[in-house]
Design a binder for this molecule. Structure first.
Ligand code: CDP
Length: 227
Protein backbone atom coordinates (compact mmCIF):
# COMPACT_ATOMS: atom_id res chain seq x y z
CA UNK A 1 0.00 0.00 0.00
CA UNK A 2 1.27 3.47 -0.85
CA UNK A 3 1.68 5.75 2.15
CA UNK A 4 0.38 9.29 2.27
CA UNK A 5 0.93 12.44 4.33
CA UNK A 6 -2.06 13.71 6.33
CA UNK A 7 -1.93 17.36 7.43
CA UNK A 8 -4.36 18.51 10.12
CA UNK A 9 -4.44 22.25 10.78
CA UNK A 10 -6.79 24.56 12.61
CA UNK A 11 -7.50 26.64 15.67
CA UNK A 12 -6.44 25.79 19.22
CA UNK A 13 -8.38 23.05 21.00
CA UNK A 14 -10.48 21.84 18.04
CA UNK A 15 -9.42 18.26 18.67
CA UNK A 16 -6.58 18.21 16.15
CA UNK A 17 -4.13 16.30 18.33
CA UNK A 18 -6.62 13.69 19.53
CA UNK A 19 -7.88 13.13 15.98
CA UNK A 20 -4.37 12.99 14.52
CA UNK A 21 -3.15 10.54 17.19
CA UNK A 22 -6.07 8.15 16.72
CA UNK A 23 -6.03 8.30 12.93
CA UNK A 24 -2.29 7.54 12.98
CA UNK A 25 -2.85 4.60 15.30
CA UNK A 26 -5.64 3.13 13.10
CA UNK A 27 -3.59 3.51 9.90
CA UNK A 28 -0.31 2.39 11.51
CA UNK A 29 1.20 5.81 10.70
CA UNK A 30 3.53 8.02 12.74
CA UNK A 31 1.89 10.85 14.64
CA UNK A 32 3.75 14.13 15.03
CA UNK A 33 2.40 16.96 17.19
CA UNK A 34 4.13 20.00 15.69
CA UNK A 35 2.62 22.25 18.38
CA UNK A 36 4.55 20.26 20.99
CA UNK A 37 7.78 21.29 19.25
CA UNK A 38 6.88 25.00 19.46
CA UNK A 39 5.83 24.49 23.08
CA UNK A 40 9.17 22.83 23.92
CA UNK A 41 11.14 25.69 22.33
CA UNK A 42 9.01 28.11 24.36
CA UNK A 43 9.73 26.21 27.58
CA UNK A 44 13.46 26.34 26.88
CA UNK A 45 13.34 30.07 26.06
CA UNK A 46 11.38 30.79 29.27
CA UNK A 47 13.73 28.75 31.46
CA UNK A 48 16.81 30.43 29.96
CA UNK A 49 15.24 33.94 29.88
CA UNK A 50 15.93 34.35 26.16
CA UNK A 51 15.05 37.70 24.65
CA UNK A 52 12.64 37.41 21.71
CA UNK A 53 14.11 40.50 20.06
CA UNK A 54 17.69 39.29 19.60
CA UNK A 55 17.89 37.10 16.45
CA UNK A 56 21.52 36.05 17.09
CA UNK A 57 20.69 34.85 20.59
CA UNK A 58 17.60 33.05 19.26
CA UNK A 59 19.69 31.22 16.65
CA UNK A 60 22.36 30.27 19.19
CA UNK A 61 19.69 29.01 21.57
CA UNK A 62 17.95 26.93 18.88
CA UNK A 63 21.24 25.11 18.28
CA UNK A 64 21.18 23.95 21.91
CA UNK A 65 17.73 22.35 21.58
CA UNK A 66 17.50 18.76 20.48
CA UNK A 67 13.96 17.44 19.97
CA UNK A 68 12.99 13.80 19.46
CA UNK A 69 9.68 11.94 19.49
CA UNK A 70 9.59 8.53 21.18
CA UNK A 71 6.73 6.06 21.43
CA UNK A 72 6.07 4.92 25.04
CA UNK A 73 4.93 1.49 26.29
CA UNK A 74 1.26 2.46 25.71
CA UNK A 75 1.96 3.34 22.08
CA UNK A 76 1.69 7.08 22.73
CA UNK A 77 4.16 9.45 21.08
CA UNK A 78 5.96 11.71 23.54
CA UNK A 79 8.33 14.60 22.99
CA UNK A 80 11.80 14.63 24.54
CA UNK A 81 13.92 17.77 24.70
CA UNK A 82 17.65 17.23 25.23
CA UNK A 83 16.87 13.71 26.48
CA UNK A 84 14.12 14.75 28.94
CA UNK A 85 10.43 13.91 28.56
CA UNK A 86 8.70 17.32 28.37
CA UNK A 87 5.13 16.15 27.60
CA UNK A 88 3.81 17.40 30.97
CA UNK A 89 5.77 20.62 31.34
CA UNK A 90 4.92 21.92 27.85
CA UNK A 91 1.14 21.79 28.56
CA UNK A 92 1.35 24.22 31.51
CA UNK A 93 -0.39 27.61 31.23
CA UNK A 94 2.97 29.41 31.50
CA UNK A 95 3.94 27.80 28.19
CA UNK A 96 0.47 28.25 26.62
CA UNK A 97 0.64 31.95 27.41
CA UNK A 98 4.00 32.42 25.70
CA UNK A 99 4.00 29.93 22.82
CA UNK A 100 2.30 32.09 20.18
CA UNK A 101 4.76 35.02 20.43
CA UNK A 102 7.67 32.54 20.25
CA UNK A 103 6.02 30.87 17.23
CA UNK A 104 6.00 34.15 15.29
CA UNK A 105 9.83 34.19 15.19
CA UNK A 106 11.28 33.51 11.75
CA UNK A 107 14.32 31.65 13.16
CA UNK A 108 12.12 29.36 15.25
CA UNK A 109 9.80 28.57 12.34
CA UNK A 110 12.64 27.78 9.94
CA UNK A 111 14.28 25.41 12.42
CA UNK A 112 11.01 23.60 13.23
CA UNK A 113 9.79 23.32 9.63
CA UNK A 114 13.14 21.78 8.57
CA UNK A 115 12.83 19.12 11.31
CA UNK A 116 9.17 18.46 10.49
CA UNK A 117 9.96 17.91 6.80
CA UNK A 118 12.66 15.40 7.73
CA UNK A 119 10.18 13.51 9.93
CA UNK A 120 7.76 13.26 7.00
CA UNK A 121 10.17 12.38 4.23
CA UNK A 122 9.11 8.70 4.13
CA UNK A 123 5.38 9.58 4.31
CA UNK A 124 3.08 7.41 6.45
CA UNK A 125 2.65 10.34 8.82
CA UNK A 126 -0.14 12.37 10.41
CA UNK A 127 1.03 15.81 11.53
CA UNK A 128 -1.11 18.45 13.20
CA UNK A 129 -0.46 22.16 13.62
CA UNK A 130 -1.11 25.52 12.02
CA UNK A 131 0.93 25.53 8.81
CA UNK A 132 1.28 21.84 7.96
CA UNK A 133 -0.87 21.88 4.81
CA UNK A 134 0.31 25.33 3.70
CA UNK A 135 4.06 25.41 4.46
CA UNK A 136 5.44 22.15 5.87
CA UNK A 137 3.78 19.72 3.44
CA UNK A 138 2.06 21.70 0.69
CA UNK A 139 1.97 18.44 -1.34
CA UNK A 140 0.20 16.44 1.42
CA UNK A 141 -2.31 14.03 -0.12
CA UNK A 142 -4.94 14.79 2.54
CA UNK A 143 -5.40 18.14 4.28
CA UNK A 144 -7.95 18.92 6.97
CA UNK A 145 -8.77 22.27 8.51
CA UNK A 146 -10.58 22.00 11.86
CA UNK A 147 -12.79 24.68 13.40
CA UNK A 148 -15.26 24.76 16.34
CA UNK A 149 -17.12 27.29 18.47
CA UNK A 150 -14.91 28.96 21.04
CA UNK A 151 -17.11 27.93 24.02
CA UNK A 152 -16.94 24.27 23.02
CA UNK A 153 -13.19 24.47 22.44
CA UNK A 154 -12.62 26.08 25.85
CA UNK A 155 -14.81 23.47 27.55
CA UNK A 156 -12.90 20.62 25.87
CA UNK A 157 -9.54 22.17 26.83
CA UNK A 158 -10.70 22.60 30.44
CA UNK A 159 -11.68 18.90 30.59
CA UNK A 160 -8.34 17.91 29.07
CA UNK A 161 -6.46 19.93 31.72
CA UNK A 162 -8.67 18.51 34.49
CA UNK A 163 -7.74 15.00 33.39
CA UNK A 164 -4.13 16.07 34.05
CA UNK A 165 -5.17 17.38 37.51
CA UNK A 166 -4.91 21.00 36.40
CA UNK A 167 -7.85 23.23 37.26
CA UNK A 168 -7.84 26.32 35.05
CA UNK A 169 -10.60 28.93 35.16
CA UNK A 170 -12.90 28.87 32.06
CA UNK A 171 -12.34 32.56 31.30
CA UNK A 172 -8.55 32.18 31.48
CA UNK A 173 -8.82 29.40 28.89
CA UNK A 174 -11.10 31.45 26.60
CA UNK A 175 -8.68 34.38 26.84
CA UNK A 176 -5.69 32.17 26.02
CA UNK A 177 -7.36 30.45 23.04
CA UNK A 178 -8.63 33.77 21.64
CA UNK A 179 -5.25 35.40 22.07
CA UNK A 180 -3.38 32.54 20.41
CA UNK A 181 -5.87 32.40 17.49
CA UNK A 182 -5.34 36.11 16.92
CA UNK A 183 -1.53 35.96 17.01
CA UNK A 184 -1.38 32.71 14.99
CA UNK A 185 -3.72 34.04 12.28
CA UNK A 186 -2.09 37.45 11.94
CA UNK A 187 1.63 36.69 12.07
CA UNK A 188 3.84 37.42 9.05
CA UNK A 189 5.60 34.03 8.90
CA UNK A 190 3.29 31.18 7.86
CA UNK A 191 0.05 32.39 9.46
CA UNK A 192 -2.78 30.03 10.33
CA UNK A 193 -4.91 29.92 7.19
CA UNK A 194 -6.83 27.18 5.46
CA UNK A 195 -4.96 25.73 2.48
CA UNK A 196 -7.07 26.13 -0.67
CA UNK A 197 -7.22 22.32 -1.07
CA UNK A 198 -7.95 21.55 2.61
CA UNK A 199 -11.27 20.03 3.69
CA UNK A 200 -12.88 22.10 6.42
CA UNK A 201 -14.46 20.23 9.35
CA UNK A 202 -16.48 22.05 11.98
CA UNK A 203 -16.21 19.87 15.07
CA UNK A 204 -18.66 21.77 17.31
CA UNK A 205 -21.41 19.17 17.16
CA UNK A 206 -19.49 15.99 16.41
CA UNK A 207 -17.72 13.60 18.74
CA UNK A 208 -14.05 12.69 18.53
CA UNK A 209 -15.03 9.21 17.28
CA UNK A 210 -17.06 10.73 14.43
CA UNK A 211 -14.17 13.06 13.61
CA UNK A 212 -11.70 10.17 13.56
CA UNK A 213 -14.01 7.98 11.42
CA UNK A 214 -14.43 10.73 8.86
CA UNK A 215 -10.67 11.40 8.56
CA UNK A 216 -9.91 7.65 8.28
CA UNK A 217 -12.58 7.33 5.57
CA UNK A 218 -11.03 10.21 3.60
CA UNK A 219 -7.51 8.83 4.11
CA UNK A 220 -8.44 5.33 2.93
CA UNK A 221 -10.01 6.88 -0.18
CA UNK A 222 -6.70 8.61 -0.98
CA UNK A 223 -4.57 5.56 -0.16
CA UNK A 224 -6.64 3.24 -2.36
CA UNK A 225 -6.51 5.72 -5.23
CA UNK A 226 -2.71 5.92 -4.97
CA UNK A 227 -2.08 2.16 -4.73
O1 CDP B 1 -3.07 21.99 21.28
P1 CDP B 1 -3.31 23.46 21.08
O2 CDP B 1 -4.37 23.70 20.11
O3 CDP B 1 -3.43 24.23 22.35
O4 CDP B 1 -2.02 24.10 20.42
P2 CDP B 1 -0.70 23.38 19.94
O5 CDP B 1 -0.96 22.58 18.72
O6 CDP B 1 -0.05 22.74 21.11
O7 CDP B 1 0.18 24.65 19.48
C1 CDP B 1 0.62 25.62 20.40
C2 CDP B 1 1.02 26.87 19.64
O8 CDP B 1 2.16 26.57 18.82
C3 CDP B 1 0.00 27.47 18.69
O9 CDP B 1 -0.91 28.34 19.33
C4 CDP B 1 0.88 28.20 17.69
O10 CDP B 1 1.26 29.48 18.19
C5 CDP B 1 2.13 27.34 17.63
N1 CDP B 1 2.17 26.45 16.47
C6 CDP B 1 2.59 26.98 15.26
O11 CDP B 1 2.86 28.16 15.16
N2 CDP B 1 2.72 26.17 14.17
C7 CDP B 1 2.43 24.87 14.25
N3 CDP B 1 2.60 24.10 13.16
C8 CDP B 1 1.97 24.31 15.46
C9 CDP B 1 1.83 25.13 16.55
Amino acid sequence: MKKIVIAIDGYSACGKSTTAREVASILGYRYIDSGAMYRAVTLFFLDKHISLTNPKEIERTLEQIHLAFHVNAHGTTELFMNGINVEKSIRKMRVSENVSPVSTLKEVRHAMVAQQRKLGKDKGIVMDGRDIGTVVFPQAELKLFLTADIQVRAFRRQQELLEKDKLVDFHTIIANLTDRDRIDSNRKESPLIKASDAIEMNTTHITIDEQVDEVVRLAVGKIVRRS
